[in-house]
Design a protein. Structure first.
Length: 223
């Protein structure tokens, strides 16, 4: 006696074809592989193997997809220092996690600058926590957003610079001045002594200088 295969009942499947995590993951892969300009609702639907109409049933617009990506990015950033360490230490920890993420996903810089904080919930909470730490450390309200924005701008630049070649300041062998040759040699010696990678050392130097300068310009002594 033959047994007929079970037939699927009519109506919607028990597990939806599309979920927010699946949409976010597909959008992230599309941006990382082809750039932000390649992210359209049609291209995303094709990647997901669904119709554009089905995608719109889950997310209303491209802007909403970008907001999903921004929210995913914020989960990768370390906030553990805020409330447990000094403001400077917490900012350095957050900035370091930010740089590591963007070094691995440089295309996401475009996503971050394209999404207003008001379009997100989790990311907004992140910034609220950081702003609260500035205020608790005694910084003037008018100083907080400019300082935070300056730090982020520095991180974005450092992340994009990470894709360039090493030793970019090496002088032309036959045409370098003595001053340039001497300073490049001294920098090479510094890298050897510290055991640091060039970009890591430069990032740490720049971040320290930025935090010190902002503290001197705006901050309270308790920060």
């Amino acid at each position: 006696m033959s047994i007929e295969p079970a037939r699927r009942g009519r109506g919607r499947p028990r597990s939806p074809v599309l979920t927010m995590p699946r949409i976010t993951s597909a959008a992230s892969r599309l941006v990382r592989s082809q750039g932000l300009s390649a992210l359209t609702m049609r291209a995303l639907a094709t990647r997901l193997g669904v119709s554009v109409g089905a995608l719109y049933n889950h997310v209303p617009s491209r802007s909403a997809v970008l907001a999903l990506l921004q929210e995913e990015i914020s989960t990768q950033l370390s906030l553990s220092g805020f409330g447990t360490s000094s403001l400077r230490e917490a900012l350095a920890q957050w900035a370091g996690s930010y740089l590591r993420y963007l070094r691995a996903n440089p295309a996401m810089v475009e996503v971050i600058v394209a999404v207003p904080v008001s379009h997100t919930v989790r990311t907004s909470h992140m910034y609220q926590r950081i702003v609260a730490a500035f205020r608790e450390a005694g910084w003037y309200d008018r100083s907080v957003i400019p300082s935070l924005s300056a730090i982020e701008t520095f991180i974005f630049g450092a992340a994009l610079d990470s894709s360039g070649p090493d030793n970019v300041y090496a002088p032309v062998p036959s045409g370098a001045t003595a001053a340039l040759s001497d300073t490049h040699r001294a920098f090479s010696e510094l890298l050897t002594e510290t055991g640091a990678r060039e970009r890591d050392l430069v990032f740490q130097l720049g971040l320290d200088a930025l935090l010190t300068g902002l503290q001197h310009r705006w901050g309270a002594y308790s920060a």
